[in-house]
Design a protein around this ligand. Sequence first.
Ligand SMILES: Cc1cc2nc3c(=O)[nH]c(=O)nc-3n(C[C@H](O)[C@H](O)[C@H](O)COP(=O)(O)OP(=O)(O)OC[C@H]3O[C@@H](n4cnc5c(N)ncnc54)[C@H](O)[C@@H]3O)c2cc1C
Length: 469
Amino acid sequence: MNSERADLVIVGAGAAGTHVLAALAQRKRLDLRSIAVVEAGDDPGPGLAYGDGAHPLHTFGRVPTRRRERGDELRVQLARSLHTLRERGIAVALHERCPARALHRDGDGDGDGWVLDTRRAPIAAGACVLAVGHWHVHALAHLRRAVDWRWDIRRLAAITDDEDALVLGASQSAIDLAIALAHRGSYRGTITLASRTGLLPRVWGYVGDASMPRHLDRLRSAAATNVRLEDILTAVRADLDDAGGSWSDFHTPGDGLAVLRADVAAARASKAARREIPWQAVLFPTVPAVFDLFPRLPAEDRLAIAPHTYAALRHLEAIHIANAQRILDLADAGRLRCVALGPAPPAPHEDAHHVHLGADLRAHRILDARGHDPHIAHASDAPFLHQLLADGHVVPARIPYATRPDDNHHLDTGGIWLDPTTFTTLGGSGVPTPNLHALGPLAIGQLPVYLGLWALRRQAAAIARAFRT
Ligand SMILES: Cc1cc2nc3c(=O)[nH]c(=O)nc-3n(C[C@H](O)[C@H](O)[C@H](O)COP(=O)(O)OP(=O)(O)OC[C@H]3O[C@@H](n4cnc5c(N)ncnc54)[C@H](O)[C@@H]3O)c2cc1C
């Protein structure tokens, strides 16, 4: 089979691939004459989060924009970027329904370029950007009554109208799931959101000017590479103080729905007064700080953060007030409840009719909304990524220990190992792999939380810089 040639091949045309094309289109001078883009699906642009797998009511995080609307914008952004690049004489081929199968070094395996095997002809390219997005770990695969929904609400069709649903997790995804299911006009079942604390995401109030709080900003701009978690927490505490809040604003023990009700009231009051809730004033503008500071933390600090990830995510992924109200309306109608399982939740099991969680909880169906497993090795649906790992082209992210600087010990934090400033992948010895870049969820090892579209823009811009003349 004749191979196609391109200077650059981009694997995946979801939000990440689209952002890379947009960042390339924005650069005035590019050292590229041809780009090939391969996309497994038939709807390039939106990817998983912003396409038809989202429900029309799902909002884009804290703002009222619907995720599907963002998908429409991504389709337009993709088309515009292709047009701009082509106008500038760069040949861009977009291959849809074309999953990448394997990546090899060109030549006899020791060249600097790549050959990408696809369903069509192989593509030989000088450089490759991995933008393949999310991988899926089906942690409930042993249960027949589990619905493997993969963040795609179309898969909820497997739940019949009179089946009760038990959702593991209470994060934004769990809220989205509940809304999508309950708003299917004919659905009559009840929904239980079960998590360790029973707490739901916080609710956004008024959003004012998004300037970075000063203590975090100072820490971020400091040249020090050896930032410690304690430094970040001290800066957040000081910034909270400036904003009129206190550390206890982050701790809201209690019944999940009662806390949500209080949060909705606080968000309404904040909007009416046009005054930000203090924790929100500190967290809202801090994505750049997370981006810059977290990759510098040693393994000890990453381990210290891990037990608090959900508590942090409740705030970082706070929801829009309209969605919070939808959840309260469902609870008031007796169609939804929230259950705290405690620090050591029981494992679900099933019989012929129900799935059970502990002695008290049962439902016809169970769904997993406990968040992304960062370890690609656990994925059930990522043969391409498995091949990259097996052939040693990429390795899981490795975070060194501060207390053991001289030995080879590191923490495997998942995703793939990247230089968090250039988004070039790193090989096992920490040396950049020539001409191989990656972004999006693949960067989760460096950034312990997945940072969304803002991060994609920054990552794509860093990658595009590698192709300037
Ligand atoms: C349910 C959900 C809701 C989210 N909500 C928000 C939000 O409100 N705000 C926010 O900022 N962020 C949000 N995010 C996070 C973030 O914005 C997305 O994760 C982001 O869109 C990731 O884009 P991506 O292109 O890297 O991945 P994906 O969207 O997964 O796209 C990857 C693309 O690559 C293709 N592909 C995969 N494998 C191959 C292959 N082997 N060959 C060829 N093509 C391949 C896929 O078909 C897909 O089109 C959300 C994420 C999820 C999952």
